[in-house]
Write a protein that binds this ligand. Structure first.
Ligand code: HPA
Length: 231
């Protein structure tokens, strides 16, 4: 059983092996996939990394993995930290999310209400693999999803930090859609910056991208181990 990985900014430059490219047509639109021996990888921002967060076709991406028979997805998500003690460079495996707005769904023509959660078994597999490799990961945290592409105001961050630990633009949409299709989903969050106003320093998204694109050898090792273990 092959696993699916959806990665964004934080996986830029991460070498995960040899892949062949494929474009999969789904009833929701096209998805660009990289097919490896034991993993199907979707670069969230597309082949040319130009799809902005609010225009990512999450439905096409999740459906394309479903069509390929993928039953487990690991999302690698770049996030901002809402807490001073949660430092940039950390890896965190979230255990819940908040996304009250703009939630995509596959259920447009029938009344179906899933009860959303991140898959605990898959979360534990990630945590176990990290422990075995001696890679420090924070094992809990709540992810707050915004639409993007703009960052958040200081007032928004002040609100969010009472209820969540991380802010990002993709995990909740992917997790919800995966769950609607019965696919297990868990995330590895790469903390790439402090969210706006958490520290005095002015937040500049170019810096966020720079940070997210740096070589993360620990993340690469963790993903390679998970691909081997979960295939
Ligand atoms: N806000 C929203 N999304 C993000 C951030 C942020 O500060 N950093 C990385 N993704």
């Amino acid at each position: 059983m092959t696993i699916g990985i959806i990665g964004g900014t934080s996986l830029i430059g991460t070498n995960l092996g040899d892949f062949s490219e494929e474009e999969t047509e789904t009833e929701y639109g096209k998805s660009y996939l990289l097919i490896g021996d034991d993993v199907v990888f979707i670069p969230r921002h597309g082949r040319d990394r130009r799809i902005p967060p609010h225009r990512i076709n999450h439905r096409a991406n999740i459906k394309a993995l479903d069509i390929r028979g993928i039953s487990r997805i690991i999302g690698v998500n770049s996030v901002g930290s809402l807490k001073l003690e949660l430092k940039p460079d950390s890896l965190l495996i979230p255990d819940d999310y908040i996304a009250p707005w703009n939630i995509p769904t596959f259920h447009d023509n029938e009344i179906v209400h899933i009860t959303p959660s991140l898959n605990e078994g898959l979360r534990q597999s990630i945590i176990r693999a990290a422990r075995e490799l001696d890679i420090p990961v924070i094992t809990r945290g709540v992810y707050f999803q915004t639409t993007g592409p703009r960052l958040e105001t200081r007032a928004e961050i002040n609100l969010m930090k009472n209820f969540a630990d991380l802010v990002g633009m993709s995990l909740a949409s992917e997790a919800t859609l995966a769950q609607e299709l019965g696919i297990e989903y868990a995330g590895i969050c790469s903390v790439d910056n402090y969210a706006n106003g958490v520290v005095e320093e002015e937040l500049d998204f170019r810096r966020v991208i720079e940070n997210a694109s740096r070589d993360r050898e620990d993340l690469r090792r963790l993903l390679l181990r998970l691909i081997k273990e979960l295939k």
